[in-house]
Write a protein that binds this ligand. Structure first.
Ligand code: HEC
Length: 407
């Protein structure tokens, strides 16, 4: 059975159509490549997710008028693989949300720019993709706002802020997709929304630059127990102008009873000390599965000194393999990596995360190479977390049971 976890609909469409629209190299040379016929479909499928009004990219690429001034830059960014952003080493693992363009699409964009970036015939242009009120997941079933707006000062450092909203759910709810929208994007660095049920707190979803919303499929879901609250953990980064923010999260409920619950665990190390100036300081963390499980998705998290990050599994029989390698970690891109095939992790399987930090002056993002750096919330401090989403096999519902449980 084909399993798709945490996949953004936009990316799925991109992956499916990207393959079908490969142009043939032989005819490329003679053929006129136009925006309307050849390039717009590539931009709509692979770039519009971020390059549209109100999203994280600096410009929209939805129309010829928007895209034309960027033609040279577009060619350069796609040829160097800088855009679309994707940071996993292709040697390890396959991911359903791999954003890379096919070589055919890169060639099409390059020929278009080389031919003077012509617009082409209006009747060739397909309709631009529609986004519902900015939501990437589609229309949410329910939206929770922070209980009040927060006033972010013009400057200084703001500690993480926590805002709690009751769900008023009277029964357990299963979440198939979740998307956090920052109220004032310019001052929101990141948001994590937790589900809090008594003293039990679990990660529901996160927002950070470059991070995709969580969309779970294949009969899996995240659980929000009856009576839970949602806790917003918000990291504000003052940007010179005082602002107010009221961020919100949209949830889509599973249409059928899920067959398993997705859990997300931080495989982290909080006890490191990175010496001043050290260009390659190693920090590792590990977790041993206590029950037969399946690993579905991964997300490395470090701050500005983060350099590279690798996940390796070692099975009870002693064999081991790298399941994700991010050789050039970029703090601006907090990417999920959704495994094409979930990895079976029988009880006793060890997951090892290995990170390196660059605290030298060669790292141009380094806030201060003269500082010794330890774990801390602020971006001038560091973190080392290998977020890991998995399911526990014994919780798996037999299809018949799941069907019987449907309402
Ligand atoms: C996941 C979000 C995302 C996707 C997908 C994406 N971009 Fe970007 N793009 C950004 C962001 C954010 C920036 C600005 C920051 C940066 O350059 O890293 C950017 C910058 C750019 C720039 C440079 C703009 C400048 O200021 O010089 C170009 C050109 C570009 N993107 C083209 C594309 C094209 C073409 C695609 C699709 C084939 C694409 N991008 C896909 C987010 C994205």
């Amino acid at each position: 059975m084909k399993r798709l976890i945490f996949i953004s609909a936009v990316v799925l469409v991109a992956a499916v159509f990207g393959v079908i629209s490969l142009p043939s190299h032989a005819s490329d040379k003679q053929k006129t490549v136009t925006f309307n016929k050849d390039v717009a479909p590539i931009l709509f499928k692979n770039c519009a997710e971020c390059h549209r009004p109100g999203e994280i990219a600096p410009m929209s690429l939805l129309s010829y008028k928007d895209a034309r001034p960027w033609a040279r830059s577009i060619k350069e960014k796609v040829m160097t693989g800088t855009m679309p952003p994707w940071h996993a080493d292709p040697k390890y693992g396959e991911f359903t949300n791999d954003r890379r363009l096919s070589p055919g699409d890169v060639a099409t964009i390059a020929s278009w720019v080389d031919q003077g970036a012509p617009e082409g015939n209006a009747k060739d242009l397909q309709a631009a993709p529609k986004f519902l009120d900015g939501w990437n997941i589609g229309k949410p079933d329910i939206v929770f706002y922070m209980p009040e707006a927060y006033s972010v000062p013009a400057d200084g450092v703001v500690d993480y802020k926590y805002f709690t909203v009751p769900t008023n759910f009277t029964e357990d709810r299963w979440i198939q997709a979740a998307e956090i929208r920052p109220g004032t994007r310019g001052v929101v660095h990141h948001i994590i929304v937790f589900t809090k049920n008594g003293s039990d707190q679990k990660l529901l979803t996160g927002y950070a630059p470059g991070e995709q919303p969580v969309v779970i499929s294949d009969g899996l879901a995240k659980k929000v127990p009856a009576g839970s609250s949602l806790v917003f953990q918000v990291h504000y980064t003052p940007n010179g102008t005082a602002a107010t923010d009221r961020s919100y999260v949209g949830l889509i409920f599973s249409k059928t009873k899920p067959r398993n619950e997705v859990l997300t665990r931080p495989v982290m190390n909080t006890r490191f000390v990175i010496p001043p100036g050290d260009p390659n300081h190693k920090v590792d963390s590990s977790y041993t599965f206590a029950e037969d499980s399946h690993i579905h998705s991964l997300m490395p998290h470090m701050h500005f000194r983060g350099k590279d990050f690798e996940y390796r599994v070692t099975f009870p029989d002693g064999t081991s393999k790298v399941i994700l390698s991010v050789p050039k970690y970029d703090f601006a891109w907090q990417s999920y990596y959704i495994l094409k095939e979930p990895i079976a992790a029988p009880k006793g399987t060890r997951l090892d995360c290995l990170a390196h930090f660059d605290n030298s002056d060669k790292n141009r993002y380094n806030p201060d190479p003269s500082k010794e750096v330890r774990w801390g919330d602020q971006t001038f401090e560091e973190m080392m977390i290998g977020w890991t989403s998995y399911t526990v096999d014994k919780n798996e519902q037999k299809p018949a049971m799941a069907a019987a449980g449907q309402k």
